[in-house]
Design a protein around this ligand. Structure first.
Ligand SMILES: Cc1ncc(COP(=O)(O)O)c(C=O)c1O
Length: 413
């Protein structure tokens, strides 16, 4: 069987020497490779780290991989996890080992990164309009019969541009018609226009119409009854497009794909169609953030919020206590996500981060905790939104429950 990702190429990441390029890591690790450190399993001693430092929790990662894999199996859906979340081939390898059928990416550059590690199955969850990117897709398709990539299209103009860029390609590029939400992001808004774009794609020899796609969280993560009703109504539009276009698809099975980390249950409910026009429907969810979950956005909104465990933390030190209820920390916007919520102090439930500068966090300390927060104290923070925390770290230690290093994860942003 062909490997979904080249295990040797991923394994070779363990040979990378550790040094000053990887912020946060103890200088006592420099000169040894990532693999040597993982084998020696040193305890990550905070006093040796040059804080802040970002860590992953091994137990939570394994738990989340198994939980999501079990959920997908039970619901009969495929998982093509969004690889832009972590951009880490080592983590993608574990997702493939847990049953993922493809990686989702947002850009050709992200696809190229994973392709460099031998990945063969891609969903590019976007329209592709750049000729250079399309030529790269065509050359990979023509060079490797095992290379499978589908992208999205939401206009006749897009179909025409793809056709021009793909002139001379042997194998057609697989496309899904993307359906969008009013006020949302990309994607065709009206049913008649959906059909027109689908027809243009089906008639274009350079393209192969394989399914229907969408991204239901383009407007946010509202899980109130009204919010969920809006999401269901949107997903029903995708479902009816799959049914309406049944005879136009050019493959034996039809793709129906949606689903970030907030609404994948609704996607499975609405898009598990079984078959249309004698063709099997492959329902594919694309959650990326399930893997590490978090202490904020997804802790509140994931359908598996009772089941998943937060796996990503940033540790920082108190550098200043200029006011009774204020601490300044060695962690800022360069180190932790702030696009959804502020970091969450894990040991101080009555305290909260109110602001981040580039290299500082402002911690307002609850009255009962003021004596405990001293200059030099180390504090652990949960994050809200994995994607925008991962991109700030290039080498992330994975720790067991005793804070021993069991792996080091290299990211490529
Ligand atoms: C098109 C698309 N699909 C899937 C996802 C993955 O969603 P999440 O980040 O909630 O895991 C995203 C995230 O932005 C996305 O834009």
């Amino acid at each position: 069987m062909v490997e979904p990702i080249n295990a040797a190429a991923v394994g070779a990441l363990a040979d990378e020497p550790l040094d000053w390029r990887f912020k946060g890591l103890p200088a006592s690790w420099w000169g040894r490779t990532a693999g040597q450190i993982s084998s020696a399993a040193p305890k990550l001693v905070r006093e040796e780290a040059a804080g802040p430092v970002c860590v992953l929790r091994a137990g939570a990662l394994s738990h989340n991989l198994a939980t999501m894999a079990g959920w997908c199996r039970d619901r009969g859906v495929e998982l093509a996890p969004h690889g832009k979340t972590h951009m880490a081939p080592q983590l993608l390898r574990r997702q493939f080992e847990s049953g993922a059928s493809a990686v989702t990416v947002a850009t050709i550059s992200q696809a190229r990164t994973y392709r460099a590690f031998g990945v063969r199955d891609f969903i590019v969850a976007n329209e592709l309009v750049d000729a250079a990117g399309l030529r790269w897709v065509a050359s990979e398709c023509d060079a490797d019969p095992e290379f499978r990539l589908m992208c999205w299209v939401d206009s006749v103009a897009g179909v025409q541009q793809m056709a021009i860029a793909l002139q001379g390609a042997v194998r057609p590029v697989d496309v899904c018609v993307e359906i969008g939400l009013p006020g949302g992001r990309t994607g065709v808004r009206e049913a008649a226009a959906v059909d027109e774009v689908a027809r243009a794609a089906a008639e274009c020899p350079a393209l192969r119409l394989v399914g229907v796609a969408g991204y239901e969280a383009a407007l946010g993560h509202d899980i109130s009854p009204d919010g969920l009703a809006r999401i269901t109504a949107y997903l029903l539009q995708l479902r009816s497009a799959v049914e309406r276009l049944a005879d136009m698809f050019e493959t034996d099975s039809v793709v129906a794909t949606a689903g970030g980390s907030t609404y994948f249950d609704a996607v499975a409910d609405v898009l598990s169609i079984g078959s249309v026009g004698g063709r099997q429907v492959r329902t594919i969810v694309r959650s990326g953030c399930y893997l590490t979950h978090d202490h904020g956005l997804y802790a509140r909104t994931s359908p598996l919020r009772e089941g998943l465990r937060p796996a990503l933390e940033v540790w920082a030190q108190v550098m200043s206590r200029p006011e009774q209820d204020l601490a300044l920390l060695t962690m800022g916007r360069r180190d932790v996500s702030f696009d959804q919520d502020m970091p969450v102090p894990l040991e101080l439930p009555d305290s909260r981060v109110t602001k981040l500068n580039d290299q500082h966090a402002y911690l307002m300390i609850g009255p009962d905790q003021q004596a405990a927060v001293k200059v030099g104290s180390w504090l652990r923070f949960g994050i809200s939104h994995p994607c925008t925390t991962f991109d700030k770290w290039q080498m992330i230690p994975v720790l067991d429950d005793d804070d021993r290093v069991v792996d080091l994860i290299r990211t490529f942003f």
